[in-house]
Ligand binder design. Structure first.
Ligand code: ADP
Ligand code: MG
Length: 390
């Protein structure tokens, strides 16, 4: 789960992390009151959406006067903000964050994530802060310094020293840095965060470090332990189809390709996406309809997938274990009729009652439904169909 910058900062502040002072505002009047309450000389007005890159997109503006705070708020609220992280559709700005404007000395990058290869959390820093770190990682990876933290040992001063050396900090700066990081790492661990990203981490002109931006992601499976964080969920920021899928207990993640997939079991869903890519296509989604797929869940799957206008073909890849393939075949036929499936549907059913399933589909003789005999053939047919040559 993702939260807004203002929520991330409130949470980090509660752990003792130094963050910018600010208040969230939903209206121009609230923005002006927030600015007065801050009582500073200059302000920054920031759009609150679940995406970064706001600065370049026009979602971070400097204000010298209260009138400018109002003006910028008025302009931002209701605006459709497009950044490199939102995709072309952009995101509607429904609230802004009024912050004190700080005197920036230098901007750094800082991130904490779980490194699955090292099997431990890593803290990453870079002198190339403020800009998008993906470009730094792709073009000049040596500029990102990583330190793995063995959870048995925990965060120690030698970790901090290694990071600080990597940033070429002097002694006084190193001391400040060593004070800044521990509460942040503490927050990462205690909230079950999957990502803590401070970009930029700023060294102020007065020598202090402060989190100028903050992005937190949480492991959904840990949310039951943190009801106060779960309450921060902003459903208006989330993909409508993903939310609906979650209500039906389906794991659905929308992706950018054009081959929709309906699969039972997360492992099979992952390998289905792989084989689509191997066959030269791009999956439009991840969808696991669960171990006990039924005609109903398959129909829901069709419904969700077809809302995505990019989808040009659907690959149904079901392995019948407890699930009986003949039932799924009937479900596919029903769904195809009811939902008016207008794209080619490639069906690979294997396992329990697969033979009967094949007969049912064959007999129905629906022109959109193409039977595949194995997974690779299914993927190839689906990719071809999505390209328009079937
Ligand atoms: P995003 O990552 O979405 O573009 P940031 O919060 O990182 O948004 O802000 C973008 C840039 O705006 C920062 O790199 C910084 O230069 C400037 N900025 C943001 N907040 C402040 C602030 N409170 N004071 C001064 N400058 C700021
Ligand atoms: Mg940022």
């Amino acid at each position: 789960m993702n939260i807004h910058e203002y929520q991330a900062k409130e949470l980090l502040h509660s752990f003792g992390v130094k963050v910018t002072r600010g208040h969230v505002a939903h209206t121009v009047i609230e923005a002006e009151q927030a600015a007065i309450k801050l009582g500073c000389k200059n302000w920054i007005v920031k759009a609150q959406i679940h995406a970064g890159g706001r600065g370049k997109g026009g979602g971070v503006k400097f204000a010298r006067t209260l009138a400018e705070v109002s003006e910028q708020t008025e302009r931002m609220l209701g605006m459709n903000l497009v950044t490199h992280q939102t995709g072309k559709a952009g995101k509607l700005v429904q609230k802004v964050y009024i912050q004190e404007a700080y005197d920036i000395g230098k901007e750094y990058y800082l991130g904490i994530v779980l490194d699955r290869r090292l099997e431990m959390p890593v803290i990453m820093v870079s002198t190339e802060g403020g800009v998008d770190i993906e470009t730094v990682a792709a073009e000049t990876p040596e500029k990102i310094i990583k330190v793995g933290i063995d959870p048995v040992i925990g965060l120690r001063s030698y970790h901090l020293r290694k990071l600080a050396y990597g940033l070429n900090l002097n002694k006084a700066q190193m001391k400040e840095f060593s004070r800044f990081i521990p509460p942040l790492y503490d927050a990462y661990q205690k909230t079950d965060a999957s990502l803590v990203e401070i970009n930029p981490l700023v060294l102020l002109k007065n020598g202090e470090f402060i989190a100028l931006d903050a992005k937190l992601n949480f492991d959904d499976n840990g949310l039951y332990r943190h009801p106060e964080i779960a309450d921060m969920r902003d459903e208006t920021e989330e993909d409508a189809a993903e939310l609906e899928a979650a209500h039906y207990d389906l794991s659905y993640v929308k992706l950018d390709g054009n081959v929709g997939c309906i699969v039972n079991g997360a492992g099979l869903a992952m390998s289905t996406m792989d084989i689509i890519k191997q066959s030269g296509g791009e999956p439009a989604n991840f969808l696991d309809v669960g171990g006990n797929a039924s005609a109903e869940t398959v129909a829901r799957g069709f419904d969700l997938i077809l809302r995505d206008k990019n989808v040009k073909a659907i690959l149904v890849n079901i392995f019948g274990g407890i699930v009986r393939c003949d039932r799924i075949a009937k479900g596919i036929l029903e769904a195809a009729r009811e939902i008016h499936v207008h794209v080619p549907v490639i069906v690979r059913l294997d396992g329990t009652n697969a033979k009967e399933a094949g007969e049912i589909l064959q007999e129905a003789n629906i022109k959109e439904i193409i039977i595949a005999h194995d997974m690779r053939e299914g993927a190839q047919l689906a990719v071809q169909a999505a390209k328009g040559d079937r």
